[in-house]
Design a binder for this molecule. Structure first.
Ligand SMILES: [Zn+2]
Length: 496
């Protein structure tokens, strides 16, 4: 972990700390012209500024200085691993143990990359220590043959600004016997985006046209659903939409239902889902029904995963509440069929009629995060092709053919370089947001209900929909996205 900059602490009376790419500051420094000048320099160098209320900043400093006194050496190793992963900018840690072989991979900027190898039994010992001595879990006993869930909430185990970590294990069957995958998601409590919804979405990297559509949707009644794979920023979007609306409308009541709540949210009542019920769908649906009795003006439902939750969410939308939630689907338009099939399983009365009303189903959003090339060390394609390893790489040349077929101007394409100090040697810096936003109208919902894919897509395009693949091609054409990263995330571009 990078050590806090002491020089900085003295300059600003100890009310600011530079940690890697994060500049933490107490709000007492707002308006201090020396600090603002320093902060603006750091922002240009790629730093994020994280403001803390004075008391929170004190707490943050305490956590930073707290000596780690692990109960055993393996726990110490686990704490060190969490801190290193945090310092490297990871959002998730994947530990895979396959017989005698163990591997730890990190997800950074949406991409999973191998980090280090270790012996299988040493890794299993590490996973056992994490589960048994650091997490709060349903079952206290680590069992590599069963799927297990837990959370690390004790801040002395966690890096600064990570308020908790979600731990999940998945038993694996391999040719050589049993294996185990443990994933740890780091949940950050830093508010990197603040202010109005427009300010927040701008600093999260959304394009202006998407921001306008999302703001419009945030004021519509009915259900708006956000889809995208794990790690595509769905929860972050929901949270910022709700926090911004809640701050904008202090006379309205906002409720959120999550299982479990992942982030503390300002001014929003977070309803707990009863964890004692084995049927998660029923527990979710009971929480939604209970929340509606509490008379909220706006409702957020973390995720619609179960049929019961889909019908409770639709009930809430039918009673005129703006409801935002996330769902698993592979495109904005794909959300319609996914929701419809969940409602059919839930035996919802006449779902197709209800879903054709734009006051009930108002918005469809799908998003992907794509790694942005480091502008300091990326290579122009022509430069890269001077290297024989690129020229003789047939899969690279095939990929260029696909780009050409898609009409990308190859002279402006860039690829990942060798890495530099700015990008910590990764060749990538930050994330690009590719986002499909559709405000539904009756005609579109009619095409979707008729399962007329071609008509739906061409009509949605006339309403302004651009697919994530189209947006990725634009990013590639602007030299911001390595085409190999794009295809890794989204699949091959067609060779039409
Ligand atoms: Zn670089």
């Amino acid at each position: 972990m990078p050590s806090p900059s002491p020089e900085l602490s003295e300059r600003f009376d100890g009310r600011s700390v530079l940690l890697g790419e994060e500049l933490h500051a107490s709000t007492e420094l707002r308006g201090n012209i020396h600090f603002e000048a320093f902060a603006s320099l750091k922002t240009r160098q790629g730093c994020h500024i994280i403001w803390h209320k004075p008391a929170d900043f004190d707490h943050f400093l305490l956590n930073l200085d707290a000596p780690v006194s692990p109960a055993n050496p393996v726990q110490g190793q686990a704490i060190a691993m969490l801190r290193e992963a945090f310092a490297g900018g990871a959002s998730d840690i994947h530990m895979t143990c396959l017989a005698t072989h163990g591997n730890i991979a990190l997800r950074r900027m949406g991409m999973l990359e191998s980090w280090r190898d270790m012996g299988g039994s040493a890794l299993m010992t590490l996973m056992r220590a994490i589960y048994q001595s650091m997490t709060e879990a349903g079952s206290p006993r680590f069992d590599p043959l069963t799927r297990q869930e837990g959370r690390i909430v004790n801040r002395k185990f966690l890096p600064p600004t990570v308020h908790s970590a979600r731990v999940h294990t998945e038993p694996l069957q391999t040719a050589n016997g049993q294996g185990l995958l443990m994933t740890i998601r780091l949940l950050y409590d830093t508010v990197k985006a603040q202010g109005s919804l427009k300010d927040r979405l701008t600093s999260l990297g959304y394009a202006q046209k998407h921001i306008q559509s999302l703001i419009k949707l945030s004021h519509s009644p009915g259900l708006t659903l956000v889809a995208g794979p794990t790690g595509s920023g769905k929860t972050t979007l929901l949270r910022h939409v709700f926090e911004a609306l809640a701050l904008e409308m202090p006379d309205r009541s906002f409720l959120s239902i999550e299982d479990p709540p992942e982030y503390p949210m300002q001014r929003i009542a977070q309803v707990l889902v009863d964890t004692s019920l084995d049927n998660r769908g029923a527990a979710y649906s009971a929480a939604i029904a209970g929340a509606l009795r509490a008379d909220p003006d706006y409702l957020m439902i973390g995720e619609i995963r179960h049929p019961e939750a889909s019908s409770a969410a639709l009930d809430a939308a039918l009673t005129g509440h703006p409801v935002w939630s996330s769902i698993h689907a592979a495109s904005a338009l794909g959300i319609f069929q996914r929701l419809l099939s969940l409602l059919c399983v839930a035996k919802f009365a006449d779902p197709l009629t209800n879903l054709q009303d734009p006051a009930v189903l108002s918005g469809l959003v799908y998003q992907r995060l794509l790694p942005k090339l480091c502008p300091h060390c990326s290579l122009k394609l022509a430069q890269a092709l001077q290297d024989s390893t690129y020229r003789s790489d047939t899969s690279f040349l095939d990929m260029l053919k696909r780009l050409k077929a898609q009409g990308v101007e190859l002279t402006s394409v860039c690829v990942r370089g060798n890495g530099c100090e700015q990008c910590k040697g990764t060749g990538r810096i930050g994330l690009l947001v590719a986002c499909e936003v559709v405000a539904c109208d009756a005609q579109l919902l009619g095409y979707l209900a008729n399962r007329d894919q071609e008509q739906s897509l061409s009509y949605a395009r006339s309403l302004g929909l651009e697919t994530t693949a189209q947006q990725a091609l634009d990013f590639i054409g602007q030299g911001h996205l390595d085409p190999r990263d794009a295809e890794n995330c989204l699949g091959y571009f067609p060779e039409r």
